[in-house]
Design a protein around this ligand. Structure first.
Ligand SMILES: [Zn+2]
Length: 137
């Protein structure tokens, strides 16, 4: 299936609600394509329309203190994740945002981090290699 990727609302990722089903795609296939899945167990983690930009970019690359490199995407919400441990600002990749490990609610795989700003705001930074998605990376 082919999709057109256009800039809508200042994001590189238009919502699939805006795009609608691709040619030849059934509504059910479209619903399935809208979701983002855990690559380990294929449980739904989030939706394509939850992709957001932070600091002008959806994708961010970071290295942790152990030297492990991650390519993460920002999501407004990820109902398929559970946050593990107390929030901490130590080594945070997003200034002013405390992080917690975000694990797959279904299988416990480490999928990324939940970031909160202590003011009711927050988002998820999910490791893109650990997600299955219909969207381009
Ligand atoms: Zn999983």
């Amino acid at each position: 299936m082919l999709r057109k990727w256009v800039v809508v609302h200042h994001t590189l990722f238009p919502t699939l609600d805006e795009l609608g089903p691709a040619a030849g795609e059934s509504l059910l296939e479209w619903e399935v394509a809208r979701r983002v899945y855990c690559a380990a167990c294929r449980a739904p983690v989030s939706d394509e329309d939850q992709r957001i930009n932070y600091g002008g970019a959806h994708v961010h690359r970071f290295e942790n203190p152990q030297g492990l490199r991650f390519r993460i995407g920002c999501f407004a919400d990820a109902p398929g994740c559970v946050s593990v441990g107390p929030p901490t600002l130590e080594w945070t990749w997003f200034a002013g945002h405390a992080w917690q490990v975000a694990s797959c609610r279904a299988c416990g795989a480490h999928l990324g981090w939940c970031y909160t700003d202590g003011d009711g705001g927050g988002f998820y930074g999910l490791i893109l290699d650990r997600l299955l998605s219909s969207a381009p990376p």
